[in-house]
Design a protein around this ligand. Structure first.
Ligand code: AMP
Ligand code: TRP
Length: 333
């Protein structure tokens, strides 16, 4: 039987290889399976939990749509829309925030990381962010949610919220408890400059990530400069536990070539990093350059992108307005 897929990406710029390998590549595979119903949301309400420049935000919303389409998501098959265009998300988030418990949210590690040392200055939205994410998913009765490893805890919270709502209002299986779809390998791509840090949009150094809009020369240069260690290429997967940068680069290679760590380690065992890096650049350019060129082409056609969002919002609204109506009835409004 087909799956009901929902996932979201924040329009905060610099979409990178981690977003692609951890999430978007999976979206494309799910979109290509005709049995599935897929909804991909540009989560602009989530984006404003940290300060955004309004002009940049608008640009980044379009860029995220362009990235989805350039990567292979077909807007005729999947619903693509932006969260703020569909009122049920904010409404649902409020109601669910009265179901979620403070204790649950206090455990969220991403808030702790993002808020940093000065929690008093973090926005209230940043704290309640996972509740909005739960509303996104539950409004569409999603059965499966493809995400990178960093969203695992938020999905567990979403499951807890759905179960508590069903229990509190004694209405079994009303909110569908979703399953996470997290790839076993390569669900966490690390920085090219530090193998212990996640590849991230907000990292200051552009050399730490491959952006999906990078040119061929930029990609080759970043791989050339990527951190390694002085030893030759590892001979066993076990060795990778202590060689984080090597592990990350080989993981990227394996993921891009639809292979696995063992085979990729075997291919390059004992060789120089420079030889491996040349091969890695080649596969990266092969995969990312066409996406990058297509994003640029699509960005020249703003009305096409805006239209995808408009049509997507209409379809999303049709589904979610029915669900929020029922939620309100159940609550007693
Ligand atoms: P975000 O950019 O935070 O909205 O993330 C969009 C999607 O990309 C989510 O499913 C994340 O889990 C995934 N993601 C973000 N960074 C990485 C990374 N470094 N490695 C793997 N997946 C990632
Ligand atoms: N919080 C997710 C992230 O930062 C984005 C997101 C928002 C999402 N709503 C979602 C992902 C619903 C999956 C399902 O990556």
């Amino acid at each position: 039987m087909g799956k009901k897929i929902f996932s979201g990406v924040q329009p905060t710029g610099n979409l990178h290889l981690g977003n692609y390998l951890g999430a978007i590549k999976n979206f494309v595979n799910l979109n290509n399976d005709n049995e599935n119903e897929c909804i991909f949301c540009v989560v602009d309400l989530h984006a404003i939990t940290v300060k955004q420049d309004p002009k940049e935000l608008k640009k980044n919303i379009r860029e995220t749509v362009a990235t989805f389409v350039a990567s292979g998501i077909d807007p005729k098959k999947s619903i693509i829309f932006n969260q703020s265009a569909v009122a049920a998300h904010a409404e649902g988030a409020w109601i669910l925030s009265c179901v979620a418990r403070m204790g649950w949210l206090n455990r969220m590690t991403q808030f702790k990381e993002k808020a940093g040392k000065d929690k008093e200055k973090a926005s209230v939205g940043l704290y309640s962010y996972p509740v909005l994410m739960a509303a996104d998913i539950l409004l569409y009765d999603a059965s499966h949610v493809p995400v990178g490893d960093d969203q695992k805890q938020h999905l567990e919270l979403c499951r807890d919220i759905a179960q508590k709502f069903n229990n509190d209002f004694e209405i079994e299986n009303f909110l569908q408890v979703p399953e996470p779809l997290i790839q076993k390998e390569f669900s966490r791509i690390m920085s090219l400059k530090d193998g212990s840090k996640k590849m991230s949009k907000s990292e200051l150094s552009d050399l730490s990530r491959i952006n999906l809009t990078d040119t061929k020369d930029q990609i080759v240069n970043k791989i050339k400069k990527a951190k390694t260690d002085p030893l030759p290429m590892p001979k066993t997967v076990k060795e990778l536990d202590e060689r984080l940068e090597a592990k990350n680069l080989i993981g990227i290679y394996a993921s891009l070539t639809n292979s696995n760590l063992e085979k990729s380690v075997e291919t390059f065992a004992g060789k120089n990093f420079s030889e491996f890096k040349e091969k890695l650049s080649e596969v990266l350019v092969g995969k990312i350059e066409p996406i990058s060129l297509e994003i640029k082409k699509l960005l020249d056609n703003q009305s096409y992108l805006d239209n995808i969002l408009l049509e997507g919002a209409e379809k999303a609204n049709l589904i979610s307005s029915k669900k929020i109506k029922k939620i309100k009835e159940i609550v007693g409004f």
